[in-house]
Design a protein around this ligand. Sequence first.
Ligand code: C2E
Ligand code: MG
Ligand code: MG
Length: 418
Amino acid sequence: HDYLTGLPNRQSAIFHLSSLLENKSSVSLIALDVDDFKGINDSIGHAFGDAVLIEIGERLDRMMKKMDIFASRFGGDEFLLITSVVSPEETSLYVNRVRQELGRPFLYNDQVHLISTSMGVASSVNGEYSAAELLANADLAMYACKHSGKNKYAYFDSTMKNNMLKKNEIIGILQRSCKEDGFEILYQPQVDIFTGKVAGFEALLRLKDHSYEPGQFIPVAEGTELIQLIGRIVTQKVVRQIAKWQDSGIVPLPVSINFSSRQMADTGYVSYLQGLLRKYHVAPQMIEIEITESILLENNDKAMNLFADFRKIGVGLTLDDFGTGYSSISYLTYIPVEKIKIDKTLTDTYLQEGKDDFIGILIDLAHCLDMKITVEGIEEQNQLSRLQKYGCDYVQGYYFCRPVPEDVAVKQIVYSIK
Ligand code: C2E
Ligand code: MG
Ligand code: MG
């Protein structure tokens, strides 16, 4: 038994589960995890954390006496419930009963507290899974809840397992690529809409030897600390590339680098960038950092300080993906960006007959705030002429050029300065 709650412990839960499965009994597991338990401990204290676990233990123990449930404390703030109920209707009834029980207020030091939990459910009919497999499935379902906002429950399905395997494969590829120079940068021209000349490039990351695209591997990197290392690798490659262009007598053009919100944790990034610019004799105006508004959601004060640091070293700031998130106009009034990039999803929806005034108004709005505007994802001539009509500043899209390797990109620079 577990010393704190008095419930059966992990060992006895596994023993119980294994014997049920060996007898080919049908079993459902409910992996239950308290949401933000670390926060509960940190904010109200460990004594309260312990009291919560004890109270959960008591409530589960009472349920165990009334229902077909074997409840155990699996470790930390995780509980494992085992039942022979496997039909979806009955299991959801059970899960909802547990949620109801644990949703009741917790009284501690005369104060009322509420907690929430995430639960993953996995079933095995006639011994189809081993104990280890079934536990892993319930855990995956529980983590799926955590990732989709907590305070809910989910049933295991095989796509969860495939996603996890894919994610692990991508993490392995990214780790190797960091060590073995497995990344390359493509450069997509950003065209000045009036002169038609290339005004700069966006640096877009690719894996040299794998077909995973940034849309797949960047979110995985963002879920780990790898994004910080990758962010630095991209930055170094870009600064070195600009230096190479300079050394070969080409007047370089500014390059935008995407900066993920999760890179805020890399507190040394700004000085790293500044160090590179000095080492390679590249002017800070040659770099634009593309941020997204999600950076403001993480920690507004910290983000504003970071923007000030970027400004101090002289690099440009651009707001990327406008139109995909909250697209807050209030943010636009106080974040120190010089440029806004309208996302392709907005372009696709609105840059057409009868709807394009909206894009025109966004362009006016940016100009009123003294900002330039880049429209992304331009694939057709008619989109370009609409933007010309509205006085847009820059466009980026397959209509002009896809992201290309540096030796192809350089021809665009030469062309643009002729
Ligand atoms: P983003 O920063 O919004 O980059 C623009 C994306 O739109 C690029 O996709 C680009 O290839 C694509 N694109 C540009 N014009 C067109 C067009 O006309 N049609 C279509 N269909 N697509 C167009 P990509 O390279 O796949 O990158 C996707 C996203 O991955 C980027 O979106 C960015 O958020 C992220 N990403 C790429 N490289 C990096 C990086 O080095 N660091 C970080 N943190 N994120 C990166
Ligand atoms: Mg971008
Ligand atoms: Mg974008």
